[in-house]
Ligand binder design. Structure first.
Ligand code: GDP
Ligand code: IMO
Ligand code: MG
Length: 428
């Protein structure tokens, strides 16, 4: 059986957790390929709400093995805090496996995240402050510490020493902070060793063997296309590749083994943190989407910026990720709006752009060119087939599909596991 990848098509929080949970009972493995505890994925099961940060949402699917892939940066503090929280609520986390090659977030990464944001002043990214960027910087800079290093104390100490040599100079001389001791960090990591050991595996072997046996592997991407360090609104991005290609690298599953690339896209747009956002609303409609959609960050509690659906972004995301399907979420939030605006193209300094502008400057200047679609007033949360939707809701979905470059295979009509309109099966 092939592998499937779930990717956020906008700026995150599209409902990836819900989509993963929906497929969870039909897959054997759920892998998180990128990011760390900067994510916040919500799953609502039987009216009970779970919020996953570092762990893949697939941990709540009793028959799936959850795996933290090599591309993830792991805060051990956050990991065990989350495991303990889930266990206290009766969830079984014993199947969790973690790649020996995944990198670790050290306490000094979190310090660096906070001081660099402060240093940027008005140009701050608005990060989650979890140390994700600095941990990826060390990974690419070849100063990172990996999960496997914890099991060789002498290597661990050597690597910590290497990482701290330059970091302490920065912390003390540039940021006016105290220096960090090698022993302090070594003890911090070693304190988790015993609990961590049984979970650590060669995840690429595990997953590729599973695929060879005919098992289904689902990759649950964190963040989203426009937070991708290559394809997003750089520099207002995260420090990993949350696109479909990045999932292949971050899970160690070759691209030829992936047969479905599913884009999760909201029926409108939200963003947390700084950076350009062409359809952003600053009026009562922005407040309407924020309140009706419950648009407050799972991870940091920050209010999400809100705007209308942006078909230019959806088309571009479709291209970059080779989407085979879109899963459109939160259609129910638009119920009651008389005429629903959709951004179909941009006006950049008087020039119409039907596709994503090439440069950052142009994207910052992009003003949405909007078309309106008639809305509906009926409650749609009980709809399960396209025909159950009011005609205008159906037409809205079909219009988005025409403009977005990929067929819409599922539609979220509420936060619950069952609140879905199925158009095409997402696994075959
Ligand atoms: P993720 O980071 O992509 O997993 O998304 P988040 O969990 O951060 O944010 C999505 C929010 O929307 C969560 O509160 C979900 O419970 C909720 N949600 C997901 N799909 C739907 C839907 O179709 N309708 C409604 N009303 N809420 C949804
Ligand atoms: P999920 O998986 C929304 C944003 C931050 C900030 C930028 C960089 O729930 O969709 P970082 O801490 O990663 O260095 O912050 O990325 N960001 C997210 N926004 N959803 C997320 O995850 C995000 N993860 C990071 O707000 O703008
Ligand atoms: Mg989220």
């Amino acid at each position: 059986m092939p592998a499937i990848v779930i990717v956020g098509a906008q700026w995150g929080d599209e409902g990836k957790g819900k989509a993963t949970d929906l497929l969870g009972s039909r897959v054997d493995y759920v892998v998180k390929p990128n990011g760390g505890n900067n994510a916040g994925h919500t799953v609502v099961v039987g009216g009970e709400k779970f919020e996953l940060k570092l762990l893949p949402a697939g941990i709540l699917s009793p028959n799936a093995t959850p795996v933290i892939g090599n591309g993830v940066v792991v805060s051990l503090d956050a990991l065990f805090h989350e495991i303990d929280g889930l266990e206290a609520r009766g969830a079984d986390t014993s199947r969790l496996r973690i790649s020996a090659n995944a990198h670790l977030v050290a306490p000094y990464h979190q310090t660096m995240d906070k001081v660099t944001e402060r240093f940027l002043g008005k140009r701050a990214i608005g990060t989650t402050g979890r140390g994700i960027g600095p941990a990826y910087m060390d990974k690419v800079g070849r100063l990172g510490i990996r999960v496997q290093d914890i099991f060789d104390e002498s290597i661990l100490r050597q690597k910590i020493e290497g990482a701290l040599r330059q970091k302490n100079e920065l912390l003390v001389k540039l940021y006016n902070r105290r220096a960090v001791a090698v022993d302090e960090i070594a003890e911090y990591f070693l304190s988790f060793a015993e609990r961590l050991r049984p979970m650590v595996v060669d995840s690429t072997l595990l997953l590729n063997d599973a695929l060879d046996r005919g098992d289904v592997v689902l990759m649950e991407g964190g963040q989203a296309t426009y937070l991708d360090v290559d394809h997003g609104t750089y520099p207002f991005v995260t420090s990993s590749n949350p696109t479909a290609g990045g999932a292949s690298v971050g899970a160690g599953i070759g691209p030829t083994r992936i047969n479905r690339s599913i884009g999760i896209v909201k029926a409108y747009t939200t963003r947390v943190g700084a950076g350009p956002f062409p359809t952003e609303l600053f009026d009562e409609w922005g407040e309407f989407l924020q309140n009706t959609g419950g648009e407050f960050g799972v991870n940091t509690g920050r209010p999400r910026r809100c705007g209308w659906y942006d078909a230019v972004m959806a088309r571009h995301a479709s291209r970059i990720n080779g989407f085979t399907d879109y899963f459109l979420t939160k259609l129910d939030v638009l119920t009651g709006i008389e005429q629903i605006p959709v951004c179909v193209a941009y006006d950049v300094d008087g020039v119409r752009h039907d596709e994503m502008p090439m440069t950052q400057t142009e994207f910052h200047h992009a003003k949405p060119i909007v078309e309106h679609f008639p809305g509906w007033t009926e409650d749609i949360s009980d709809a399960r087939n396209l025909d159950d939707l009011p005609e205008n809701a159906r037409n809205y979905v079909l219009a988005l599909e025409r403009m977005s470059g990929t067929r819409i295979s599922g539609i979220g009509v509420g936060p619950g596991r069952d609140e879905v309109v199925t158009v095409h099966d997402l696994i075959d």
